[in-house]
Write a protein that binds this ligand. Structure first.
Ligand code: PLP
Length: 427
């Protein structure tokens, strides 16, 4: 199949319907009971019913997985299966899995371990990073007296060019930290090229990557792109809130970190994570494999998972193409007078489905409010917000309306959004 198809490829209508039924609250707001298009999945994705149901069920059990009774042992097996599911997502072998309350906490811990214990006069990151990675780099660079080098963004693509990162790396670099994809622009960074080129300059360079935005939209393969640390967040990946997941390579796992004395040096878990979270991530993997099974036959879980993620990516790209270029009934954002797609990189294979847009005659906040009144949930990214200012400024934007649908949306949903957008253009 053509995973690289520039315009993507829709799921069949039957599969789109079956997918929608597997998620909670896709078409109706559960509080107001009104119809809505939830296009703010980058702030927290639709919940897979199977993942949330198993989480709720297991969280009712008082049993401690580390104890010896039968139900406790059953919980421990579920936890073990959860670790394997995380390995399926990342294609990791060896190293250690780290879990915490949030992906940000995992990021701070990984950065701290490297910057505090690996020699080198500088650390490198990008202007596009989420505060969890950027602020961790600032904090530990300051603490250890290392120079912080920051790669600039590319306002044409909404990403960061490989060369901008690589020119900052030298023999004295302690850590490189970059994101797989931007939660502001959707732009993908070329992780494979970044890692390869960085290690050409310094073969034993420590590299950490933030995959929180990208994980629900594409493939991560640690065998092909070997980084020392990576994180993602189940609540953006069809699962429950309250869990952050990371992987640390064998050498990173052994660096000094917060740990209990009784545990081995490479063990990063602190305390007792909820078994329900591990069961939920297994359900997410089973779901993606189920999509894969609609297209290929295999008994290999990773192969099915990769096929499922590729199909998600293709459907999302087809939706994104329709949003930009229009459908048979309505023109797209690129043609519509009065609204603009920002950072509109023409090559959609280089983007996850996030569209920053803006109107000629509506402020960002105002437009988000009007979208909500019309039944569409979006999110404003404003230069006045510390969560957005650095990235927006570097991209030459004062703000944007972030539109982030998900693979369980249909072409009809995009057409509805475009009709509402056209009406807002006329206000
Ligand atoms: C790209 C990116 N990295 C990291 C995070 C932080 O994730 P968490 O909320 O789980 O700490 C976010 C959350 O918005 C994000 O979008």
């Amino acid at each position: 199949m053509q995973h690289k198809s520039a315009q993507g490829e829709f799921f069949s209508d039957a599969l789109t319907k079956a997918i929608k039924e597997k998620f909670y609250h896709v078409d109706i707001d559960p509080i107001s009971h009104k119809k809505r298009l939830f296009f703010d999945n980058s702030g927290g994705s639709f919940r897979l019913k199977a993942a949330n149901d198993i989480f709720t069920k297991l969280d009712q059990l008082p049993d401690c997985p580390e104890h010896g009774n039968k139900t406790a042992k059953w919980l421990m097996e579920i936890q073990e299966e959860g670790y394997q599911s995380i390995e399926t997502i990342l294609n990791s072998k060896g190293g250690s899995i780290v879990t915490s309350l949030t992906a940000s906490m995992v990021m701070f811990d990984m950065v701290r371990a490297v910057v505090e214990h690996i020699p080198g006069g500088n650390v490198v990151t990008t202007m596009l990073e989420h505060p969890s990675a950027y602020d961790a780099m600032v904090a530990y660079a300051e603490k250890t007296g290392k120079e912080l080098r920051i790669a600039k963004t590319n306002p044409l693509t909404g990403g960061v060019d490989v060369a901008e990162i690589i020119k900052l790396i030298d023999e004295d670099t302690c850590l490189l930290n970059f994101m797989y994809a931007s939660n502001i622009s959707g732009a993908l960074l070329d992780a494979a090229k970044i890692v390869e080129a960085a290690r050409k300059i310094k073969p034993d360079l420590y590299i950490v990557a933030d995959a929180v935005q990208h994980a629900p939209h594409g493939i991560i393969d640690l065998q092909k792109v070997p980084v020392d640390g990576i994180n993602f967040a189940p609540y953006k990946f069809f699962g429950p809130r309250g869990f952050g997941i990371g992987y640390v390579s064998e050498r990173l796992s052994k660096l000094a970190h917060h740990k209990l004395i009784a545990k081995s040096q490479d063990f990063w878990q602190l305390g007792s994570p909820a078994p329900g979270h591990f069961a939920a991530i297994t359900e997410v993997v089973k779901y993606v494999c189920w999509i894969g099974e609609q297209y290929i036959k295999s008994t290999n879980r990773r192969m099915l998972f990769v096929e499922g993620m590729n199909r998600i990516k293709l459907h999302e790209r087809a939706l994104m193409h329709a949003m930009l270029e229009g459908t048979s009934t309505i023109e797209g954002i690129r043609q519509m007078a009065g609204v603009h797609a920002y950072l509109d990189h023409k090559d959609l294979t280089q983007k996850d489905f996030i569209l920053p847009i803006g109107f000629d005659h509506l402020g960002y906040k105002e437009a988000v409010k009007m979208y909500e009144e019309a039944g569409v949930i979006t999110y404003e990214r404003l230069i006045s917000s510390p969560y957005s200012a650095r990235m927006l400024e570097s991209l030459g934007l004062k703000g944007s309306i972030r539109v982030s649908p998900m693979h369980c949306h249909s072409l009809a949903d995009i057409a509805t959004f475009l009709k509402i957008t056209k009406a807002l253009c006329k206000k």
